[in-house]
Design a protein around this ligand. Structure first.
Ligand SMILES: [Zn+2]
Length: 343
């Protein structure tokens, strides 16, 4: 089997950090992010790299009025109220001068038009699956809102999902599947990557994760053979991530280089062994220093090109794993029910 290079991007604007960051202070970042989405799409097309854009469903709306029409019928009732975007909106509002923080239907439509790019979901509201909450039907309602907006805007159905903050909750897998989701991203192996709620992200855990970006920590490889992915009837495929691509940072020239070097090495190793290498980040991670981050991305894509030429490596988005493991036939019946598959 040839090696497979996969990228998944968590596209979210302010929905990903409304509980942590100030909207106004993030203005330049969000506007840069929206400006470089077309450039990233162009780069992926140039190198024929297939990417899943796990996009927050709210971004599909053009404005608050439209968002109100699509939002879920049931809201999550988090024990920690600050995790609810609905409560945040009731307090802070979404006036039209802040549309750049909450909505980007044009960029979402652009993703959908590129061959090899898959429009996936990051839930409708950046839903936290490991945070305590009491509305039993809220997650189901969130995913129903996702598919509703995808159907309304693109006459299609989304089949790949990334859990916000990587809070992978196996109890929610069936709900995903029943709402048309056939693949989810799971966490890399290694104890410091095990999913936890926000309170569980200890300092030691963070330290190991940070070190791991630059050097090998322990003996765990980040690449894996395709046959490690298991098909469980009635559940989506779980596709482990290999690595989070950290953003370029000023003053850390050495660390930036170390990380890119390590990522290239891992990709080469996957290509040589015929294994999977799954890289992920947020488009917003490029927003503070867009040019430097796009340069880094080009280095990685050049590495992929070499691996393709030398070892026959290929690139799949998350949906293409579904085609491989579950076959096109299962998908056709869904397509009939809800328009096309969005990739
Ligand atoms: Zn997120």
């Amino acid at each position: 089997m040839q090696g497979i290079f996969t990228i998944s991007l968590d596209f979210e604007l302010h929905w990903g950090v409304f509980d942590k960051r100030d909207r106004k202070q993030r203005e330049a970042n969000y506007k840069n992010t929206l400006r470089i989405v077309p450039q990233m799409l162009q780069l992926f097309a140039e190198y024929d790299v297939h990417v899943t854009w796990a996009t927050v469903g709210s971004l599909f709306a053009a404005n608050q009025q439209e968002w109100e029409l699509f939002k879920p019928a049931i809201e999550p009732d988090y024990a920690e109220e600050r995790y609810s975007p609905y409560k945040w909106i009731r307090q802070n509002g979404m006036p039209s001068e802040y549309n750049w923080a909450h909505f980007c239907p044009e960029e979402v439509a652009m993703i959908e038009k590129y061959a090899g790019q898959e429009l996936g979901t990051h839930t409708f509201s950046h839903y936290y699956c490991l945070e305590q909450q009491s509305e039993a039907k809220a997650f189901d309602a969130d995913l129903k809102a996702v598919q509703k907006v995808a159907l309304a805007k693109f006459n299609g159905q989304l089949r790949s999902l990334v859990f916000p903050r990587n809070q992978v909750n196996v109890k929610y897998l069936k709900v995903c599947y029943d709402n048309g989701i056939k693949a989810v991203r799971s966490n890399p192996s290694g104890w410091f990557w095990k999913p936890v709620d926000e309170g569980g992200a200890s300092k030691l855990r963070r330290l190991f994760r940070t070190a791991d970006a630059y050097i090998q920590v322990g003996t765990i490889r980040t690449t894996y053979p395709l046959n490690r992915i298991q098909v469980v009837p009635g559940e989506p495929l779980q596709l482990p991530a290999s690595r989070f691509l950290r953003p370029w940072q000023p003053k850390y020239e050495f660390a930036n280089k170390m990380q890119i070097r390590r990522t290239c090495e891992e990709m080469r190793s996957a290509a040589r062994r015929g294994e999977v290498y799954h890289l992920w980040w947020h488009p917003e991670n490029f927003g503070d220093y867009p040019e430097q981050n796009l340069n880094n991305l080009r280095i990685l894509l050049e590495q992929y090109k070499k691996c393709k030429e030398k070892y026959g490596m290929t690139s799949w988005n998350m949906g293409e794993y579904v085609d491989h493991f579950m076959g096109k036939r299962a998908e056709t019946s869904n397509t009939k029910k809800a328009g096309k598959i969005l990739q």
